[in-house]
Design a binder for this molecule. Structure first.
Ligand SMILES: *Cc1c(COP(=O)(O)O)cnc(C)c1O
Length: 344
């Protein structure tokens, strides 16, 4: 696959680290657990959206945009990083935030909410849960056009075939890095949300004929719709790359057992996984995505799903700023203060 044919901006110097988790491996008694530190990508506080934005922002700039518009939940890492990329490029950024619990967005709340303000968001448009978020982004764009501005809409999570190229590039980087380290990985585990990460990474692994199974842990949807979402986006991404190998639905593996009550709702497994990685490896996971994905990986390990595998790689997609909006949850304070940027 030749990714150099697509315009790209660079927001990270070199490769993100790939490390063996010695303490966790010892604690579990094998297999060897490795982690790809995409939480250390560039832009404000890093995370997976940075890779997608390298291609998305290059496209926005090629189209002469002066403003990017995107959407997400109240504590969206994607919104924070899109805004950060816009700051770097000298563009304006407007956000449409879907408030799934009434009054959960507060400008003065902690976590990513605070960072929207600090990074200088031009406008935040709050809509109620279940609203037509894409329609709202179109409306915001139309208003800007009327003022003579040039808006560019980035879909939720940056998950379209252009954004997914970022995770095709991560698959290439990871394979090169593992070869460099002399490590042969048997299985890769990642978080499956708006699907750009899962679809892009899987397309990259298949496109390189790497023959490493990729397992996605859903943090929102049930298995079937999530599989459809990943499959559809992987097919479109493969078409963009002119991939010879066909992507099959069976290539997409999703577990939906670790969502709990729903998107961004805490689970005991998440709390335990976040505490475990912090206290044994000094690695900060997040409450909405990687905490649940790690909880899933640990549970699947216990159940023998990885039996026979010597080396497993977990893709850390970032999100630690959201931890600061969840302190009440970690301390078991009932009710907490969801308005203070807590979960929605
Ligand atoms: C967005 C996000 C994900 C999920 O990635 P998708 O490409 O949306 O599936 C995982 N982890 C973190 C920290 C995220 O912010």
């Amino acid at each position: 696959m030749n990714l150099a044919q697509f315009p790209r901006r660079r927001y990270t110097a070199g490769w993100t680290p790939l490390e063996k988790l010695e303490n966790l491996t010892r604690l579990l008694g094998g297999p060897n657990i490795y982690i790809k530190r995409d939480d250390l990508l560039g832009l404000a506080a890093g995370g997976n959206k940075t890779r997608k934005l390298e291609f998305l922002m290059a496209d926005a700039l090629a189209q002469g945009a002066d403003t990017v518009i995107t959407c997400g939940a109240v504590q969206s890492n994607h919104c924070r990083l899109t805004l950060a990329a816009a700051v770097k490029e000298g563009l304006h950024c407007q956000l449409v935030l879907e408030q799934r619990v009434p009054n959960s967005y507060r400008r003065h709340a902690s976590g990513n909410n605070f960072l929207y303000d600090l990074l200088g968001v031009e406008a935040v448009h709050v809509v109620e849960g279940g609203s037509d978020v894409n329609g709202k982004m179109e409306e915001v764009a139309a208003d800007l056009v009327k003022q003579g501005r040039k808006p560019y809409i980035i879909p939720g999570g940056g998950s379209n075939p252009i954004g997914a190229l970022g995770y095709v590039s991560c698959a290439q980087e990871t394979l090169a890095q593992l070869f460099d380290m002399g490590v042969n990985i048997d299985h890769i585990v990642l978080t499956s949300g708006s699907a750009g990460t899962h679809a892009g990474f899987l397309t990259g692994i298949l496109g390189e004929n790497a023959n490493i199974p990729v397992t996605g842990i859903s943090i929102n949807r049930k298995k079937e719709p999530q599989t459809d979402l990943v499959f559809g986006l992987a097919q479109k991404t493969a078409a963009k790359l002119n991939l010879q190998r066909e992507i099959r639905r069976e290539d997409v593996v999703v577990f939906d057992d670790y969502v709990g009550e729903g998107y961004s709702r805490p689970t005991q497994g998440m709390l335990d996984a976040v505490r475990l990685l912090a206290s044994k490896e000094a690695i900060l996971l997040d409450p909405v995505y990687t905490g649940k994905a790690m909880a899933g990986m640990l549970d699947l390990l216990k159940k023998g799903y990885f039996d026979g595998d010597k080396n497993i790689l977990f893709l850390h997609t970032g999100g630690s700023p959201a931890l600061f909006a969840y302190t009440d949850v970690f301390f078991g304070i009932q009710g907490g203060t969801p308005g203070a940027g807590g979960y929605r």
